[in-house]
Design a protein around this ligand. Sequence first.
Ligand SMILES: Cc1cc2nc3c(=O)[nH]c(=O)nc-3n(C[C@H](O)[C@H](O)[C@H](O)COP(=O)(O)OP(=O)(O)OC[C@H]3O[C@@H](n4cnc5c(N)ncnc54)[C@H](O)[C@@H]3O)c2cc1C
Length: 416
Amino acid sequence: MTFSGFKVIKEALTGHKGWGPLWRTPEPKAQYDVVIVGGGGHGLATAYYLAKVYGVTNVAVLEKGWIGSGNVGRNTTIIRSNYLLPGNQPFYEFSMKLWENLEQDTNFNSMVSQRGIINLFHSDGQRDAYRRRGNAMMLSGAGARLLSQADLRERAPFLNFDNARFPIKGGLMQERAGTARHDGVAWGYARGADMRGVDIIQNCEVTGFRMDAGRVTGVETTRGVIGAGKVGVAVAGNSGRVMAMAGRRLPIESQVLQAFVSEGLKPVIPGVITFGAGHFYISQSDKGGLVFGGDLDGYNSYAQRGGLPVVEDVLEGGMALMPMLGRARLLRNWGGIVDMSMDGSPIIDRTDIGDLYFNGAWNYGGFKATPASGYAFAHLLARDEPHETARAFRFDRFARGYVIDEKGVGAQPNLH
Ligand SMILES: Cc1cc2nc3c(=O)[nH]c(=O)nc-3n(C[C@H](O)[C@H](O)[C@H](O)COP(=O)(O)OP(=O)(O)OC[C@H]3O[C@@H](n4cnc5c(N)ncnc54)[C@H](O)[C@@H]3O)c2cc1C
């Protein structure tokens, strides 16, 4: 089944009887060339690119819940490539380019919307830092524009410009950034992988690894033992728990991040806006809800819900930035477990166990990385060497002192 405008019109005129399920529900086979643990955005994108780009189709994605039940369906949907450091910038720019062609590539409407992101600055020092970042972005082809206060007053007149404590002096804009429908991304990759022969097996939790002579040979699951030539782990917030089953301790902490959505409003927020004097970011969904978030809850947890102190903190940040927020009613909030690394940057690498590969440490910014992460992990699994944009994301960077500390806050996961 392919999607097209013609197909939509035909179905509308014939009672919508021609739509089928987006992927099959296969029984697990005894053996696969590659088993991916985790059916989030990254696991599904890996399977898709393995099949499409590298021709490896005897692949299973094992998901303990249902597709989209993890962070891929819980995030605030922001995509961007406004990074500074050489370890990060080429990778996120590669991801941005894949986003720009994603819907044509997967033939699925993931509602990728390049509505732009504006990072506000509130002091002269912050303006200098953003200008430096903007220069790095222009060098890598990501594109950047420095906005004056007058530009901002025109684009976003509702901002609290004259707040004596946090005066808004301007912003750094990436026009190619924006949002995408998060679960639509998971569904598009799942469908594309399934069409190429990948088995997507839901309600199948990995509970252990089978090893022989220092190599992984398969996984134990709630649906039996499944043999594998190679195993790729992409379980985001559960990275520590799953890798502990292989006897490995990771430089990762799991913490809760909350998201919030208001009642539906007429279009008011022009793109994505982030507060530079506090941690607050906001956009507006196509349904009209204001979608926003802020800081981590700040303690280790595997509960997919957060606490009230952070609810208060996020809403205070929002009110300081745009007092009109106080007039909207909050519709709902939720939490997801994010895998925070010591330097705030990801890991895509082999492990010291033969044929066991790891993809994780996405912190709270891994949604935007989904296409490049899947591509780079597929490359690593298929070729056994890192993708050129992901060479820096190694396990041993902490031991070698090559941390990629984009925020410059040191080895403190809850500050990244
Ligand atoms: C509230 C919130 C807001 C965010 N906002 C943004 C944003 O605006 N922009 C951005 O770029 N990023 C954002 N992120 C981060 C982003 O969502 C994550 O970094 C990214 O989704 C993680 O990768 P994933 O999609 O593969 O994770 P997941 O969707 O969590 O996938 C991992 C999967 O592994 C499965 N799993 C776990 N254990 C096992 C097991 N033992 N066996 C089988 N399966 C298992 C889980 O059920 C899960 O489905 C946000 C995160 C949260 C929580």
